[in-house]
Design a protein around this ligand. Structure first.
Ligand code: ATP
Length: 434
């Protein structure tokens, strides 16, 4: 891996635009800070990441149910959760250049990092990160609602609904993928910290005495998922929250961190949230959310083990981890399971019936695989385009194909080419993309 240096982010941002992974939102109007749009390749990559997560959370197990709660919720939810009072970051302004910073991320005894002046910072003020809007036509305090800052609360308030509808007994989990909004003071590092993002959260409800066992279980399970995603082992680590940075609701918390070009940073949090959330919702809603064990006849508030990941941040991690430069090519070594296109098909030249045969092969594969057909430019350029898009396999139809029904399959990472019969393409891909 030769390319991991300080400019890797700039190169990735430009590749993302060039190939259609990620665009600046509202670009023709000059863009809007910290909002991004996923292009044709980006949306495929994102969908694949979400599918892998959903599959590992729901289809491969028998103890987690899915949910899709609405973004706007009753305002009392955010009082109960502690967000109205406590979802704040300390903020300071530079009086000289008006730049704004998170007080916990800079040293205010040093000069302002933007204008270089000393002693120009205001006192730190607490700033609530929730976006407010109004429900209905009247803009008054009584109609204020919030854009959810996390998907978790939608799961807690539906604990009883899901448990009853699916006839679940403890332990079981509820998983959800959805948008969350935070009015971050300092968004940045491309899509690493944005104000609108997608979360993939799973809340696992357990007996209080089993919390530690399940916490350890989920911690390991989630780390293994990132390895399955193809991320390099040596770029992943756990970070345990010390007593000073534990959230108010957490008994224990670990972050899974990745080594970005800008340092080790969180990609997912695993938290033991105890009975905090359900107890608070019981208190604020007046509804009994306890679990009744029909064997022991006990009634109690379950503990919650949370796994909370950011989909956009994981997508960025996958791009960074996969980005590589060789002497004469840029290659995205994405795991085949998440690559936007699984295979590209090329006729070597635009004559002698090669395009027709290549199109037929493309059509045969379409439906099972996202296939890309390309007949423009030299074959070398076509391979390079697919390398940048992360396409793991390219099939080329050449003169020999017309004689003996064989094609070449080129593998992205090794650039090795093997010859095989047309009828073998499908089983080959099935095996490699498993
Ligand atoms: P930080 O301390 O960096 O603000 P956090 O600890 O508040 O993050 P969590 O509330 O644990 O983050 O959120 C869970 C996950 O959601 C994070 O690990 C991250 O992947 C994602 N996430 C959180 N905030 C953002 C954001 N502003 N932009 C993109 N992803 C985010």
């Amino acid at each position: 891996m030769a390319a991991k240096n300080n400019t890797v982010m700039d190169k990735l941002i430009s590749l993302s635009k060039r190939r259609g992974f990620i665009f600046q939102s509202s670009e023709i109007y000059g863009g809007i800070n910290s909002c991004y749009d996923y292009g044709p390749l980006g949306i495929e990559l994102k969908k694949n990441i979400k599918e892998l997560w959903w599959k590992s959370m729901i289809y491969e197990r028998d103890d987690v149910e899915g949910l899709d709660a609405s973004i706007l919720m009753h305002p009392k939810v955010w009082e109960a959760s502690g967000h109205v009072e406590g979802f704040t970051d300390p903020m300071v302004d530079c009086r000289e250049c008006k730049s704004r910073f998170r007080a916990d991320q800079i040293d205010t005894s040093k000069p302002c990092p933007v204008c270089g002046n000393r002693d120009t910072f205001t006192e730190a003020r607490q700033f609530n990160l929730m976006f407010k809007t109004f429900m209905g036509p009247v803009e008054e305090d009584a109609s204020i609602v919030f854009l959810r800052p996390e998907t978790a609360q939608g799961i807690y308030v539906n604990f009883h609904n899901v448990r009853e509808a699916s006839r679940r007994k403890l332990p079981f989990g509820i998983a959800q993928i959805g948008k969350a909004f935070r009015n971050e003071i300092t968004p940045g590092n491309f899509t690493f910290r944005t104000r609108e993002f997608e979360q993939m959260e799973m809340q696992y409800f357990v007996r209080p005495e089993e919390d530690e066992t399940w916490f350890e279980y989920w911690k390991e399970a989630r780390m293994n998922w990132y390895k399955r995603l193809g991320l390099q082992d040596n770029k992943l680590r756990f970070h345990e929250h010390g007593p000073n940075d534990l959230a108010h609701y957490a008994k224990k918390a670990y972050d899974i961190e990745y080594e970005f070009p800008f340092g080790w940073q969180e990609i997912e949090g695993i938290h033991n949230r105890t009975d905090f959330d359900l107890s608070r919702h019981m208190e604020y809603s007046g509804k009994d959310l306890r679990y009744f064990d029909d064997q022991t006849k006990e009634r109690f508030v379950p503990y919650i083990i949370e796994t909370s990941a950011g989909c956009d941040r994981i997508l960025l991690t996958c791009l960074i981890d996969a980005y590589d430069e060789e002497e004469d090519r840029v290659v995205l070594r994405l795991a085949p399971a998440i690559a936007p296109f699984k295979v590209a098909v090329f006729p070597l030249v635009k004559r002698d019936g090669m395009p027709e045969l290549a199109k037929k092969i493309t059509d045969d594969l379409r439906g099972d695989y996202r296939v890309f057909y390309d007949e423009s430019g030299s074959i070398g350029r076509r391979y390079r385009r697919q390398d940048e898009a992360g396409t793991p396999f390219c099939v080329t139809i050449d003169g020999e194909t017309l004689e003996n029904n064989t094609v070449t399959i080129r593998e992205r990472d090794s650039m090795e080419q093997i010859r095989m019969e047309i009828s073998k393409i499908r089983p080959f891909l099935a095996e490699k993309l498993k």
